[in-house]
Each structure stands twice: as C-alpha cells, then as structure tokens.
Design a protein around this ligand. Structure first.
Ligand code: ADP
Ligand code: MG
Length: 382
C-alpha cells in the first residue's frame, strides 16, 4: 500500500494525521539448518514489508486497524489484555516486551498494511513486529538499542504467538541495508555486512504452494543426528562442540561409529558451513556464478543428505537448472515453501514463464512468483 493511502486510511478512521514506519520481510541467501550447528546465516531485507501509520493517543488503549484483513481491535497494555485476533497479538506482544524492558509505552492509534505474502517463508510476522518495535521505540523515546529490539520481536513470537523462532528474521528486518546481506552468527548476534549488488541478475522466489504433513518430528530428529555426530567427532578432536567446527575428514574418521543417517545429516551440515564461507568470499569478489553454484549445491544437500525437500521443490529446482538459472535452492527449513532463484536478466522471463507452465501442467496449480530486491531495514517514512 502506498504511503498516501495509509495516511488517508488513518485520517478516515481517526480524523488525525500520523507518523509512518516501515519494516521489511527477508530472504536468506544461504545457510540453512546451520544455526544450531554453530554456523552463520546470510539474510537480507527485501523490498516488501509492513507499512504502519501510528499516533500516540494519550490514553491507555491501543486502537488498531489491519487494512488487509479489514479487522479492527482494541486492547489495553496490561498482561491480561491479550487480544483474541492473531495479528493483534504481534502488536500487543511488542508492547508488552518493550514494557518489560522498562519502556513507557502509552496508548496509540494505528493502521497498517503489508505486501509480504503471509506464511510463504519471507517472514511477514517479523516485518510486523519490527515495524512496531522500531516505531514505538522512537515515538515513546524508549531508548532500547537495536539488538534488544530484535529480541523484543523474537520474544513476542515466543510469549504471545506460540512460535519458537530464532533471531534471524527480526535481525534482518531491523538491520537490513540496501546492497548488502548480513552474515549473522545467531548464537552471539555478531554480524558483518557482505556486499550484494548482482548487476545483471534478479532474485525471484517461486512458491510451491504446498505444505507437507510432517511425520514425527523431523526437525528434532535432524538436530539429534547432528549432535550425535558432533559428539563422536569430539571424542577424537576434543573441543569440538558443533559440526560447524569440524571437517569432512574428521567426519570420515567416525563414519563407522555412527549410523548412515547421522552421517548424511552431518555431512550436509559440515558442507553447508563451508559453502556459506565460500559464498561470502565470492560475494566480496562480485563472483555471482560461484554464489549460484553454491546455491545449487545447498539444494542438493538439503534434498539428498538432509532430506528436507519435497517433490515440488525438487521439480522447481530442476526447471531452474534446465533454464540456465545461475543459482536455485529451497529457502527455509524445507518440507514446503519457496525456491529462491538468482537469474540472469536475459533468462528471467523465459524461466518464470516455463516454471509456472510446467508446474501447472504437473500439479494442476500455479506456483506464486515473488521478485525481490535487497533493501533497507526498519525506518521512518516521511
Ligand atoms: P511468515 O512466514 O510470513 O512470518 P507467520 O505465520 O509467522 O508467517 O506470520 C503470519 C502472521 O502474521 C499472520 O497470520 C498475521 O497474523 C500476521 N501478519 C503478517 N502480515 C500481515 C498483514 N499484512 N496484515 C495482517 N496480519 C499480518
Ligand atoms: Mg513468521
């Protein structure tokens, strides 16, 4: 939604003018299932996000309109005032988490709208939290630093929305910078901006619009496999705590001592960690062909070693390879969601057209297409 439309909407509902804030969704170029193996991720903010108009109202109540859902909610700021509506809990949670950190958050009137697709893996929820965390910090002069605002968003999900997420999404939404990705260590919040300016290439996500019913707890199973492999390695190489500190050669030494499944999972984790470093080096040189190769290798690893892909995602990945796309991989934890594709401009139209057509012919439904540009993080919009 345009800034003027959101301002007009606010004017209509509250007969006043408001200040506008924006925070983006994010992609992760590479580094999947690696945070719990002591590795880094490489997210970037995108040109899609949540735009909100906000005005303190001098009362102890929040009056909020979701433009996209045509829904209105009022709530107070005490712990017992938690609203029913799912979307409003993100805003309420942010207020509560800021209050817990000593901020004097008062009531406010607000309307917001967004263009991050919901639940597609681009983190619309972090965009929503970060918008309000950033805005309320300014409007109520709370003085909470940017890294703590990341935790405000994360804890909102944990404590008010029932989602046990890490910090990558909120970090990217708040710290994002046009022309850069963020190499981020999720366990320490250490980070470094890595140039990302792929002239002559585009980034596009293809949403497989399929979620697979997960049998058992595949996420925990994979974590456990990695922990067992790391433990076996640590017996010979004291000090190794995570697979991110191990080498493939060390894994080979213990291959006979662990199950074949644990071996495959660990091999992926070790290789993914190396690939992330290779990708960062390639980005510093502006070598997008190497970046693309790493993306394809990540997909192969997630599909064949870590086994978190789906038939639909493998199909989209294969079309990308057939169309001469530079890089393509599953984005996110797997079992559904999108592929992320780095495509030469001259191949873009043909690739997207082919992928949509072939996917429709095979599965009877169209994948959604989301072009993205790496952009700035949370900000006030004049
Ligand atoms: P995602 O992967 O996009 O973060 P989540 O399930 O974590 O998916 O978060 C989606 C939720 O965030 C929605 O169900 C809704 O409550 C809230 N949300 C995100 N964007 C909007 C929006 N534009 N309008 C209203 N609510 C939104
Ligand atoms: Mg989310």
């Amino acid at each position: 939604m345009e800034i003027n439309s959101i301002k007009n909407f606010f004017q209509e509902k509250f007969s006043a003018t408001a200040t506008c804030y924006f925070s983006p969704g994010r992609i992760n170029l590479i580094g999947e299932h690696i945070d719990y193996n002591g590795g880094c991720v490489l997210p970037g903010a995108i040109d899609k996000g949540i735009l909100a108009a906000i005005r303190p109202n001098g009362a102890k109540i929040v009056r909020a309109w979701s433009v996209d859902l045509s829904d209105y909610v009022e709530f107070g700021l005490e712990e017992t005032d938690k609203p029913e509506a799912g979307w409003a809990r993100y805003i309420f949670g942010v207020c509560r988490e800021m209050i817990k950190r000593g901020a004097k958050i008062g009531g406010f009137d607000t309307v917001f709208s967004g263009d991050v697709p919901l639940g597609a893996g681009l983190s619309s929820s972090a965009a929503l939290e970060s918008t309000y965390a950033f805005a309320l910090n300014e409007l109520f002069q709370a003085g909470i630093d940017q890294k703590e605002l990341v935790l405000v968003g994360q804890k909102t999900e944990h404590n008010y929305c029932g989602v046990n997420c890490g910090i990558m999404d909120q970090f990217a939404s708040l710290f994002g910078k046009a022309g850069y990705l963020i190499r981020l260590d999720c366990s320490t919040m250490e980070y470094e901006y890595t140039p990302f300016d792929p002239k002559g290439y585009r980034l596009v996500l293809l949403d497989s619009v399929t979620k697979h019913e997960l049998v058992g707890s595949p996420y925990n199973d994979r974590r456990a496999s990695c922990e067992r492999a790391a433990l076996a390695i640590a017996k010979r190489h004291p000090g190794v705590e995570f697979l991110g500190q191990a080498t493939e050669a060390w894994l080979e030494e213990v291959r006979a001592e662990i199950s074949e499944e644990d071996y495959l999972r660990a091999l992926y984790a070790i290789q993914e960690n190396v690939r992330l470093r290779e990708t960062v080096e390639a980005l510093k040189r502006g070598d997008y062909e190497t970046v693309g190769r790493c993306m394809f290798e990540t997909h192969r690893g997630m599909s064949q070693l870590y086994e978190v892909s789906t038939e639909e995602l493998d199909f989209l990945n294969q079309i990308a390879a057939d169309c001469g796309v530079t890089g393509s991989r599953i984005m996110g934890g797997g079992f559904g969601g999108c592929t992320l594709n780095l495509v030469k401009e001259e191949r873009y139209e043909a690739f997207v057209e082919t992928a949509v057509r072939q996917f429709r012919e095979r599965y009877g439904k169209e994948p959604k297409v989301y072009p993205v540009v790496i952009s700035d993080g949370a900000r006030k919009i004049e």
